[in-house]
Design a protein around this ligand. Structure first.
Ligand code: NDP
Ligand code: RET
Length: 318
């Protein structure tokens, strides 16, 4: 146990893989043992990877519970099984991606994305926040995305779900400040996790019914190609995002917004520099359709432009 202070109870959603798994392991292995991590996942049969990565911490500073963010019963049962329902830090990480031309995506698939990314997070906050408000303490972390700030072609519905949660949190943060409860958004760019693998597998097996040949070509030959380049050039690791998240938790004055990838500082600046939206839409169009074949070089230039000065505006893992 940490000396001089109580261990903080941290509950994390979506710990079967990727960012959630890494945050759980990083916090549970804190040298000063400042955290008791309740790592949750919707299907406990997927626990092996986490248990292995957790090593000695499993059963000590890390425990495992089942939680599906899309189910009222599951969320209620999980939170109710926590001692005194006391959670100091809630990390809303569970999320799903969705990629492709809107014409070929069913309404049910779109709703599943909102059910998980938006309503799932809202359900968690609704269950945990009242106790935090009563105690006048707590920190809610939400794994948003750069796509919560800027739309990206062919990610229309995923982007919308992250915009929705950004709007929700922007509104909540003001009320929560009155109750001394902190709320922070983490906004990663591309991260190498199963999120990327799952989407690429989907792309390989889909033939996109309902979308015309030109759209499918722009999606597969232009967007997917650029996206692979971007992941290669700028992709962060789940460990990077876990370190950024730990920094936010441990900050005495945590920021509300926390971009983890400096490439997005100019992208976000562009959005606010021109309130008509023309600058962003045209820049994205040109990047993709006019300089797409030069994406490798474009990314190198952007990497260079986003060194040092702009990097200070993001949260770095180191
Ligand atoms: N990877 C990236 O490039 C980026 C990811 N993000 C965000 O980071 C978060 C984590 O994603 P990442 O680690 O990359 O992806 P992964 O696919 O590796 O992890 C997603 C996790 O969410 C879980 N999950 C999905 N649906 C539910 C549900 N209904 N209830 C509980 N858990 C659920 C998955 O569980 P299961 O194994 O059961 O499916 C899995 O554990 C997401 O919110 C994502 O939007 C943000 C920016 C970039
Ligand atoms: C195509 C394209 C882009 C693609 C960005 C990608 C592919 C971002 C992926 C982000 C992820 C996976 C977020 C998850 O939440 C840029 C850089 C905006 C520039 C214009 C062209």
């Amino acid at each position: 146990m940490a000396s001089g202070g109580e261990q903080k109870v941290v509950l994390i959603t979506g710990c079967s893989s990727g960012i959630g798994l890494r945050i759980a392991v990083l916090l549970a292995s804190d040298e000063q043992k400042r955290y008791h991590v309740i790592a949750t996942m919707r299907d406990l049969r997927k626990k092996d990877r986490l248990v292995e990565a957790a090593g000695d911490t499993y059963g000590k500073t890390l425990t495992l519970l089942s939680l599906d963010v899309c189910s009222d019963d599951s969320v209620w049962q999980c939170i109710d099984s926590v001692k005194d329902r006391h959670i100091d830090i809630l990390i809303n990480n569970a999320g799903v991606g969705l990629l492709g031309p809107v014409e070929s995506i069913s309404m049910d698939e779109m709703k599943r994305v909102f059910e998980t990314n938006f309503f799932g997070t809202v359900r968690m906050i609704k269950e945990v926040m009242p106790d935090m408000k009563k105690r006048r303490s707590g920190h809610i972390i939400v794994m948003s995305s750069v796509m919560g700030l800027q739309g990206v072609i062919f990610n229309d519905v995923y982007t919308a779900s992250k915009f929705a949660i950004e709007g929700f949190c922007e509104s909540m943060a003001v009320q929560l400040l009155k109750f001394n409860v902190k709320l922070s958004l983490i906004e990663p760019g591309p991260v190498h996790t199963e999120f990327e693998t799952k989407m690429m597998q989907e792309v390989a097996k889909m033939d996109y019914p309902g979308a015309d040949a030109d759209t499918v070509r722009y999606f597969k030959d232009v967007y997917i190609k650029s996206s692979i380049d971007i992941f290669e050039a700028l992709g962060q690791t789940p460990e990077d995002i876990a370190k950024c998240t730990k920094k936010v938790i441990e900050s005495s004055q945590p920021r509300f917004r926390n971009l983890t990838n400096s490439l997005y500082t100019p992208i976000v600046a562009m959005k606010y520099a021109d309130e008509t939206g023309g600058l962003s839409v045209n820049a994205f169009y040109n990047l993709l359709f006019n300089f797409g074949s030069l994406m490798h070089i474009t990314m190198s230039i952007l990497k260079c432009l986003t060194c040092s000065c702009l990097r200070r505006r993001t949260i770095s893992p180191d």
